[in-house]
Every structure is written in structure tokens, then in C-alpha cells.
Design a protein around this ligand. Structure first.
Ligand code: MG
Length: 155
């Protein structure tokens, strides 16, 4: 099993993409890639379960090859490593920590997207969210974080 965490700043003029799903909002996540914080936490969890470090080592933000990279394509690379190692996903559970926007209306789309990207049934994916009760940078709407846990089995 592996756990993952990531956090990105929310800034004007960027799209908000979570789990591969575009979400209407006046700010978006800033980062070297498309900054899909949910997929980044999920990749960290997958790499953690495989004992292969984190996305910072696999996709360094100093490498121009990853500027503006789609997190979906980075996830495809991580899933390739997983299959090479003979692992398959049992289930994944992700939590987005955001003050705004309300994410529950988007849970179903995010779950469908994650199941498709991971190649598992929707029952194997859970998406949830929480706020920071207005506390700190996330509570001020300046950042969004995500946590992920995945369970793998050897095939
Ligand atoms: Mg990140």
C-alpha cells in the first residue's frame, strides 16, 4: 500500500483540473505541469506502494520536458511502471482539501475519470473532499491539497 500528498497554489488565470476533470472556478492550480493536485497525490501513492520514490524524482520540475505536462500522461507513465513490476490496483481512496469551490457536485465525474484512467471499476475508487474550516492558506482559498491511499496486489 502507498500514501500520497500534494499541495498547489490557487492563482487567477489557470484552469482548475482535478482527477482529469475540468472544474469551473475563478482560480486554478499553479504548477510546472497542469498541476492536477489530485492526480499528483495519487501518483505519489502509487509510487510509494511500489517503493519507487515520488513524482518529484520521476518528473523533476527543473526538466523542461515536463513544463505544461498533462498529469494524465504522467499517470500513464507511473501505471506503466506498476504493470512492469507485476502489480495491479485493488482500490484507491482520495481526499481533496479545498475551501472552495464545493466539490461534491463533481465527485461522480471525478470518480468516473479516475476509474477510467486507472483501468479499474468505479467501485474501486473513492473521491471525497473536506474544507479547512477557513483556517490557513487552504482556508483562505490560496491553495488546494490532496491525499491519496492506494492498495496494490501482485498479479
Ligand atoms: Mg504537484
Amino acid at each position: 500500500m502507498g500514501q500520497g500528498f500534494d499541495i498547489h497554489r490557487l492563482v487567477p488565470g489557470r484552469k482548475l483540473i482535478l482527477g482529469g476533470v475540468p472544474i469551473p472556478h475563478e482560480t486554478g492550480l499553479s504548477g510546472h505541469s497542469d498541476a492536477d493536485v489530485l492526480l499528483h497525490a495519487l501518483m505519489n501513492a502509487l509510487l510509494g506502494a511500489m517503493g519507487k520514490g515520488d513524482i518529484g524524482t520521476h518528473f523533476p520540475d527543473t526538466d523542461p520536458a515536463f513544463a505544461g505536462a498533462s498529469s494524465v500522461s504522467l499517470l500513464g507513465h507511473v501505471l506503466g511502471l506498476m504493470r512492469e513490476d507485476g502489480f495491479a490496483i485493488v482500490n484507491a481512496d482520495v481526499t481533496v482539501i479545498a475551501q472552495r469551490p464545493r466539490l461534491s457536485p463533481h465527485f461522480a465525474a471525478m470518480r468516473t475519470s479516475l476509474a477510467r484512467l486507472l483501468g479499474v471499476s468505479e467501485e474501486a475508487v473513492n473521491v471525497k473532499a473536506g474544507t479547512m474550516e477557513g483556517l490557513g492558506s487552504i482556508g483562505d482559498g490560496k491553495a488546494m491539497a490532496a491525499l491519496a491511499v492506494v492498495l496494490l496486489h501482485g498479479s
